[in-house]
Design a protein around this ligand. Sequence first.
Ligand code: AMP
Length: 393
Amino acid sequence: MSNVQPSQLQAKTLLPGATIGVLGGGQLGRMMALAGTAMGYRFVTLDPTPGSPCGQVTPQIEAAYGDEEAARKLAERSDVITYEFENVDAGVAALLERESYVPQGSALLYTTQHRLREKRAIEAAGVPVAPYREVTDLQSLVVAAGELGLPCVLKTATGGYDGKGQAVIREADELETAYRELAASGSELVLEKFIPFRAEVSVIAARSPKGEIKSFPVSENIHVNGILHLSIVPARVEENIQREARKLAERLAESLNVAGLLAVEMFVTEDGGLYVNEVAPRPHNSGHYTMEACATSQFEQHIRAICNLPLGDTTLLIPVVMVNVLGQHLDEAVKRAGVPDPSLNEFGIVPKLHLYGKTESKTGRKMGHINLLCKDVQHALDWVEQTHIWRQG
Ligand code: AMP
């Protein structure tokens, strides 16, 4: 991976009419392309799956993400390249930077692909993370657990997502099993102190190559089985904590030299402390609420940032609860929110259903989401509860 920082590249301004190449054809690419198409940009995506969610709305180059010949074709057809996931192949990232314009650069990808590198970069910005230790073998895990105290969380440094690749360790006799299970992945490991959080929140910040920074309102996130279930905005935490969370996210966007979006997930402790858990240099599931609830969506903001346009207003226009629609929720959710169900009127809710066009519906697979626009987030939470659709997780 090259060490070229976005700031070292000549920042180009790309006006509507330019073609944006998207590496990855999932739902994030699709929603990015839908927002950008409305703004007058053209898109092309690279993804191995025929008719990928993004490929349904843009021309698609059908090839593996690591296919350098295909990446070269993407570069030829694009004025600017962005990505919708972090695990971009190092060779492809370097090639794209050489042969095209990638304002996000590859340095930040390199950092966020690895939990230890990511934590060190967050600490270097003066932003707190949960206390952690690098784990190289079982012996070092035992020593680290002694230093951090139990409970703690063992995580793979690479490849984990949606709560996969991690184990909570509550008793000393669980250390060895957890080590064997996670070490089998071949990834390096990191042990974190378990943070008894009162809430999980996230902030999406945007930074343009010319250095303008704006953050979106704080989202309160509820996970079920490690997968995001609800985003609640405004978050039900004190305003001073929300201000601090936004400040930390903006500081990270500056310090990490972000061009585009940076999603920052944090824990809020009982005493109001904030610890950053993870960052992602792309649009994020916890920012989907912005699509109808904010003056600018995270997807439009991402396009604005990578094209070096002035960033859009991030004001929250209406309270909102975003609920994810997984495979097991799909049929009922479409019936209740797609039609929509009269009970939504009784709750004073306007539902906005977004589906990602995935043909195969599987348990735990993200098929879409609903933004429940409301007067009071409790009304939307009550509606979600009384539908029974999400009771089983
Ligand atoms: P992650 O894959 O790091 O985003 O973790 C997935 C989920 O596991 C988080 O959203 C938290 O609910 C939980 N979790 C992760 N790390 C910790 C920690 N250090 N303390 C408490 N809960 C954690």
